[in-house]
Write a protein that binds this ligand. Structure first.
Ligand code: GCB
Length: 643
């Protein structure tokens, strides 16, 4: 099964093309498939039952089908399925869960039988965890491995005029070679376990929520249209505090179709608009490379720049990079990409945004909440951003996987800086198969987020076992691969390994280290923090001479628990631990050894059950329902006082 996953995945989606975020435009339409779906589990002991019985067939009168069965119930999309009922079986389910719903497409979309020669209909998933198979009216149209990145499939030929049906099978099992990794625990001790008992274990510290986590869209797209856009601020000369003269380098791609299907005489019209819709620059350029792309450079004078929140009165400024594909005067395609003009640079000491040193007042987060699990939820996403604004945070890491595109849109708009992390958390066993898979994930992640001003760095992984002998070569190759894909952003890997043992750091541009002094080590001894933190950071800095971010520190606190003097698990201890860390951070920053601090975590979050976790991880400075603990006020005071 495991090997098959990788193979099928690569055959079907190794190309990261066609992932532009859906939008309505003069040439594009979209319809949401979010809402209530029918849901059914393939029994844990028979993971293939749904496939054998063809639950995807969508035949109402088929007695083996999906519809009208007593074990079918309603499931919201997007959401994790785990916490939607009171069933422990569903919460802890391992295997294949099935989703199905009917849908209609506007009759105009179906003109000329879907008008296959000029237009195509696709279905796009923002993220399904972990492994997905999708059928339209009984036909398998796409499979995708990886729970956090979008995928899309053309379905023009599979559609009916009315009464369409979509089925998604979601397998949440994690293996040795999935990213993240997991293990199947299948004991053969029949005294203690029933026959066929198994669980899926994993070492990372968050619950393996599963399901259709992000929005699902039907899209009507031009057949020969824009399949991808890459834009980057190549050069910037600052003018005053907020503006600059900039050179944007761009490339617009069209699908790679056979020469007989290509259109002659197409050209691209590229226009940059400011937020008031005033055109700032425009170019009209022919397609090159056998009609597959347009590329060029655009100069913009006095452009308003994208700045991190807190650094300027107006943060997160975005222009509209509008692309039109024209045939003579007629419009073939039209796409609008919000685009922030900014540069990122780094040297041995600092990270610079628009040539200005940047200090990260940050935090680690999770996509996590009550009921929804990891499902995208607009009110929650906006509330979280408002809380981050209240705190005075200026950035965060997408710990420990890529977040929903909609969340990144919000962050970019508000001016939050993002360290974008891959789902490679707690990796062990660094072999070539895993490396190949890791490279695919990084390719998909960069393809999705390369145009975002808010994303200033790629994090290859979190807390890999990077002291293992094979980790050195693994990270050497992975870092080189990612730097070749994107030369404009620094690369890091977040480590918790000791300086002398970590084999990945030599290949990174920025150091990011997690340290829990006085929590996981010297527990309770708050007075050791300052000394330990300063010695720790200074030794990394003197060994590597690279910018250093303290990417995690913190303590669990049960909201409402207090003690004086502070003891573990109280709000008071959490605050006291933070204050000791702050003293170290201030001194390190004064000495030029720290470019960022990130508390763990924004909010309490769910984990697998364990005796070290009290209904989840409580290191949040907010509770899981986003109520402030004392720590939130302490962090707010600090972040609002440092410039
Ligand atoms: C870490 C991990 C994070 C955990 C955290 C903790 O180092 O990166 O995923 O949740 O520690 O609280 O133990």
């Amino acid at each position: 099964m495991e090997d098959k996953l990788g193979l099928i995945f690569c055959l079907l989606v190794c190309s990261a093309e066609g992932l532009l975020y859906p939008q309505n435009s003069p040439t594009r339409e979209m319809r949401s498939l979010d809402g209530s779906w029918n849901f059914r589990l393939s029994p844990k002991s028979q993971p293939n039952l749904g496939t054998i019985e063809k639950w995807f067939s969508c035949e109402r009168d088929d007695d083996k089908g999906f519809s009208e069965k007593s074990d079918v119930f309603v499931m919201p999309v997007p959401a994790s399925f785990n916490d939607i009922t009171t069933s422990a079986e569903l919460r802890d389910f391992v295997g294949v869960a099935w989703y199905q719903r009917s849908f209609e497409v506007p009759s105009a979309w179906m003109e000329g039988g879907g008008n296959i020669s000029t237009r195509r209909v696709s279905v796009r998933f923002g993220g399904v965890h972990y492994y997905a198979q999708v059928w339209i009216n009984g036909d398998l149209v796409v499979e995708h491995e990886g729970g956090h990145l979008p995928f899309e499939a053309e379905i023009s030929k599979n559609l009916r005029r009315t009464g369409n049906c979509i089925t998604v099978a979601v397998n949440n099992t994690l293996f040795n070679h999935s990213i993240p990794q997991g293990e199947i625990f299948r004991p053969n001790d029949t005294d203690r376990y029933p026959l066929n008992y198994f669980t899926n274990t994993y070492t990372f510290d968050f619950f393996n929520y599963a399901g259709i986590h992000r929005p699902v869209h039907l899209l009507l797209l031009p057949r020969i249209g824009v399949s991808d856009i890459s834009v980057n601020t190549e050069q910037l000369t600052r003018i005053g505090s907020d503006f600059g003269h900039a050179t944007l380098k761009f490339q617009i791609e069209l699908p790679d179709v056979p020469p007989s299907s290509r259109k002659n005489g197409l050209r691209c019209k590229v226009t940059l608009f400011d937020a008031e819709e005033v055109a700032e620059a425009a170019l009209d350029i022919p397609l090159v490379d056998d009609g597959k792309l347009c590329s060029g450079k655009m100069h913009v004078e006095n452009a308003k720049l994208w700045w991190p929140i807190g650094s300027r009165e107006e943060a997160g400024y975005r222009h509209n990079f509008q692309v039109q594909l024209l045939e003579g005067e007629s419009l073939v395609d039209h796409y609008e990409l919000p685009f922030g003009i900014r540069t990122v640079e780094w040297d041995s000491d600092e990270i610079y945004i628009n040539h200005e040193p940047f200090y990260l007042k940050g935090l680690g987060r999770h996509e996590d909440s009550d009921i929804r699990g990891k499902g995208y939820d607009p009110p929650l996403a906006i509330k979280d951003h408002n809380l981050m604004r209240w705190l005075g945070v200026n950035g965060y890491r997408t710990s420990h996987y890529p977040y929903a595109e909609e969340i990144l849109d919000l962050s970019e708009r508000y001016g939050f800086v993002v360290i974008s992390e891959s789902p490679a958390v707690n990796l062990v066993n660094f072999d070539n198969d895993l490396l190949a898979k890791h490279m695919i994930v990084m390719t998909e992640l960069i393809a999705r987020d390369k145009n975002r001003a808010c994303v200033i760095m790629w994090s290859l992984s979190n807390e890999a076992r990077s002291a293992q002998q094979l980790a050195g070569q693994y990270y050497k190759e992975l870092a080189a691969f990612v730097k070749a894909l994107d030369t404009t952003r620094p690369v890091t890997m977040v480590t918790n390994v000791k300086l002398e043992k970590d084999l990945g750091a030599p290949y990174m541009d920025v150091l990011a280290v997690n340290r829990y002094f006085s929590w996981y080590s010297d527990t309770g001894s708050l007075l050791l923090i300052k000394q330990q933190m300063m010695n720790e950071v200074r030794s990394w800095r003197s060994q590597y001479k690279k910018p250093f971010i303290l990417s995690e520190y913190g303590a669990d606190a049960l909201a409402g628990y207090h003690s004086d003097p502070p003891t573990l698990w109280t709000e008071d201890y959490q605050v006291a631990l933070m204050k000791e860390n702050f003293e170290a951070f201030d001194q390190l920053r004064r000495e030029g050894d720290l470019v960022g601090e990130m508390i763990w975590n924004f909010a309490d979050f769910q984990t697998a059950q364990g005796y070290k976790r009290a209904n989840g991880n409580k290191k949040g400075i907010f509770t899981r329902d986003r109520k402030p603990k004392s720590a939130a006020h302490a962090l707010r005071k600090r972040y609002n006082s440092i410039l």
